[in-house]
Design a protein around this ligand. Sequence first.
Ligand code: FAD
Ligand code: SIN
Length: 529
Amino acid sequence: MPHHAFDVIVIGSGAAGLTAAINLAQRFRVGVLAKAGLSDGSTAWAQGGIAAVLEPGDTFESHVEDTMIAGAGLNNRATVEFVVENAPAAIERLAELGVPFNVAPDANGWHLTREGGHSHRRIVHVDDATGRAVQQALERAAAANPNITLLPDRVAIDLVTSRHGERYSGDGHVWGVYALDRASGIVETFTARATILATGGAGRVYLFSTAPRGATGDGIAMAWRAGCRVSNMEFMQFHPTCLYNLEVKNFLITEAVRGEGGRLLIPETGHRFMPDFDPRAELAPRDVVARAIDHEIKRLGLDFVHLDISHAPPDFVRGHFPNIHARLQELGIDITRQPIPVVPAQHYTCGGVVVDLDGRTDLPGLYAVGEVSQSGLHGANRLASNSLLECFVFGEAAARHIADQWDDLAPPPPIRPWDESRVTDSDEEVVIKQNWTEIRRFMWNYVGIVRTTKRLERAQHRIRMLAEEVGDYYGHFRVTPDLVELRNLLQTAGLIVRSALHRKESRGLHYTLDFPETLAEAGDTVLAP
Ligand code: FAD
Ligand code: SIN
């Protein structure tokens, strides 16, 4: 079984992983794993942009307050201040890497757009496809760096811990990862003094999600199995406006459409309903908007509501949203003249692996950055465009900490290779597909925007039954990418449901009919393995 040794292993090639890798590569040899193509994570799909205080008159205090209000008081103020205060410098560095942000004569040169929950224009962007430009710039910088080895098509299976040493030690240290090479089908060992999880979120636990295919909670599940605490998993964010189209199931319509004046309407009557729910109307935080849409869809038996920007001048609409305009034109909708049918869909995983301000997890040698982590930034609901920002700030923080502590990080001991001596090839791939679909469906129906204890218990019951089946399957058959993902998807679903059952109140994204009030005291839900 091949063994690859690096100074640092980064699992994930999105904004978080590549930022960490580029910063580390000034001194260290870094291996970056991606489970498919390098650009296949959520980063390349980001539309709206990145939040930072750049407008004259805007302040760090205001960005901090907006973040805490959206987060329903559950945020860690120190983390919020750390991220907000580092945002302008992070934007400068991205511009230096060649991200072609839109510019305007005001706001110190940047063109800033507006999104829900922000009390200022604060979002730097590249048209309506910011993530693609960011991903391209980071990939260019990483590929040009001789200290970085990019390793696409490597599916991380499990972290290498002290248990996997040739001589067993129970100190919980993480020394790298076992990963399946898609091309050869062989499980390889990657070892390093430090390992960074940057594997993104778990959106695909739900039937409808704006997230890409690979968002299956792999990092959260791997960290949990290795012994890390996982926190606030009940706070799954639903984006209010995903395109409703029977063919194209996960195309996001950016929040910036509402930021630039888009209105939410009932299709038959044209009634603008958001003012009935919140004085901030379409610019309320997205949990409020998603719940309002869900309410109207259920109350009136609709398939979708309308998002309409056709009252704005056509040149303005085409200029601000060229990609959305072109994509919807292909689907027969001219957004300069017609409304867009939209529904809420899962969008972001606010909870994750517990980390400190250096991105350190509970286990020595293991860091987590980006959507996989729970840093205290988002609380009970993420403020729009704060997540890419978290990736840059924490990617740098983790790299800095590893460099500062390098001499204290011991080199890995000899590690046992992956053992496949007692498994065979699967003869029933259909089991994987069936279970995958079942999980996503009951998570959508029972653990969605509005919850009840009874529905959560139903989901928990099914998860327990499936856990036995999937565990048995995993124990007997050779691993495949789909099996790795199914196991992680199920474990992550279990963590979401346990966390949701644990919270006896409604707060931010967690809304349950059995406990509609918000408790006076805000506390994280922390699960320990
Ligand atoms: P990702 O970019 O998702 O990257 C994850 C990486 O981990 C990938 O390389 C993947 O291959 C790898 N990986 C996962 N599992 C494994 C495994 N088992 N083995 C090996 N590799 C693995 N946020 C904003 O701030 N602004 C926006 O405008 C915005 N728009 C969005 C639009 C959409 C449609 C979506 C889905 C999200 C949006 N977000 C936005 C959220 C934001 O894009 C993500 O939170 C952010 O990109 C996450 O970055 P990341 O580096 O943590 O993970
Ligand atoms: C969007 O463009 O609406 C997404 C912004 C975000 O998720 O932060």
